[in-house]
Ligand binder design. Structure first.
Ligand code: PMP
Ligand code: GLN
Length: 382
């Protein structure tokens, strides 16, 4: 069979999680929490199922949930969003990103991707017959080099995909970044896909700069969110996209023939749960404590903290005090020899560029972080 993605193998998240299972390692690789979700949320799904809400939801999502989301973004970002025409509920953010690209792209279009980048972006672009134009983020802090972005724009540029808080570097976009993006794209036909799945995971009082806060940017954007991150339920695969009416019409044309709709009882439960803003407003503190616990343990270990993470639930670390293996080899070695799985950062670069950094996920029980650190401490004693 002629492959549509001849150079793509299995995603690194599956590779490393499988390796963790095979070697009975503590899995700090793929980003998912290992603690329970709220029992209230589980009860709400259960109740919705018992109440008979087990058939197709409306194609665009349950009105109750869309209205709760419109209210949420109004409170958080002062965005006046129509629940009817500007929000669509999707089976996860990965799906919404794919649908956004598929709505926008024609063969031969170009999309600017800032690297390192989440691993689904480039395959999504290529499967649509378009081309990713990769722009490296600035080492070592992985901020945006706006001059390089300007230079990457061509008459074929259809879109730019941005991600803040950023996976895997933890960089959080500033207001200046947003204004620069607005300035560069204002009089163009360039669309913005803004992956904001870590919107509530910013630390040290840094605000999340949503595209929704900037009306002129939003006018040409598709903004993507995940309930997986907000309610610690990555396995639910629930998310949503917000875009202006005309763009959303195109998004929905694709969505109606991909999944059509998504899980009804979970939409009811999520709509109810959104009535408790404390659940998501407490996330920065919750995750900042986990980050700090992780950093504290790391002080005694032969890893270097590569810029304290400002957002997401990831921390990049260097291992130059241990050895000089390529990062993929190192991550495999660490899993097999020391029983802790991580993600090599080169997996987020199309050309395998290797800054010799590995990504730890600290969205774990304190005991899990402690147990992983105990294993890593053995590296010192050799
Ligand atoms: N974007 C980024 C940057 C991510 O880290 C992830 C992983 N959670 C996603 C999108 C996908 O989210 P979901 O699990 O809702 O598909
Ligand atoms: N977003 C998660 C991460 O970066 C993984 C998602 C996935 O496994 N596709 O680890």
């Amino acid at each position: 069979m002629q492959s549509k993605l001849p150079n793509i193998g299995t995603t690194i998240f599956t590779v490393m999680s499988n390796l963790a299972t095979t070697h009975n390692a503590i899995n700090l690789s793929q980003g998912f929490p290992d603690y329970p979700i709220s029992p209230l949320l589980i009860e709400a799904v259960h109740k919705a199922m018992l109440d008979g809400f087990n058939q197709y939801a409306p194609m665009i999502g349950l009105p109750l949930l869309r209205e709760a989301l419109a209210q949420k973004v109004n409170t958080l970002y002062h965005a006046n969003i129509s629940a009817d025409t500007e929000i669509t509920i999707t089976p996860g953010a990965t799906y919404a990103i794919y649908t956004a690209f598929t709505s926008l792209l024609h063969a031969g279009d170009e999309v600017i991707v800032l690297e390192p980048a989440y691993d689904s972006y480039i395959p999504n672009i290529e499967v649509n017959g378009a081309k990713a134009i990769c722009v490296p983020l600035s080492y070592p802090d992985y901020s945006v080099n706006w001059q390089l972005v300007r230079e990457a724009i061509s008459p074929k540029t259809k879109a730019i995909i941005i991600n803040s808080p950023h996976n895997p570097t933890g960089y959080v976009w500033t207001k200046e970044d947003m204004l620069m993006l607005d300035e560069i794209t204002r009089d163009t036909h360039i669309y913005i896909i803004s992956d904001e799945v870590y919107e509530h995971l910013t630390f040290d009082e840094k605000p999340h700069e949503s595209v929704l806060k900037y009306p002129s940017l939003f006018a040409r954007s598709l903004v993507i969110y995940s309930f997986g991150k907000v309610f610690h339920a990555t396995g639910w695969k629930m998310g949503y996209c917000i875009a202006p009416t005309e763009i959303m019409k195109e998004f929905r044309k694709i969505h109606q023939f991909l999944s059509f709709s998504c899980n009804t009882p979970m939409q009811i439960a999520l709509a109810n749960f959104l009535q408790y803003p404390k659940e998501y407003l407490s996330l920065p503190t919750f995750f900042e404590q986990k980050r700090n616990l992780f950093l504290n343990y790391m002080k005694d270990l032969p890893f270097t903290i590569h810029q304290k993470t400002s957002g997401s639930y990831f921390q990049l670390c260097g291992y130059e005090k241990i050895n000089d293996m390529p990062d993929k080899e190192f991550a495999i070695w660490l899993t097999k020899e020391y029983g802790v799985a991580t993600i090599p950062m080169s997996a987020f670069n199309h050309d395998g560029r290797d800054d010799k950094l590995i990504r730890f996920c600290f969205a774990k029980k304190d005991e899990t972080i402690e147990a992983a650190m105990e294993k890593l401490r053995e590296i010192c004693s050799e």
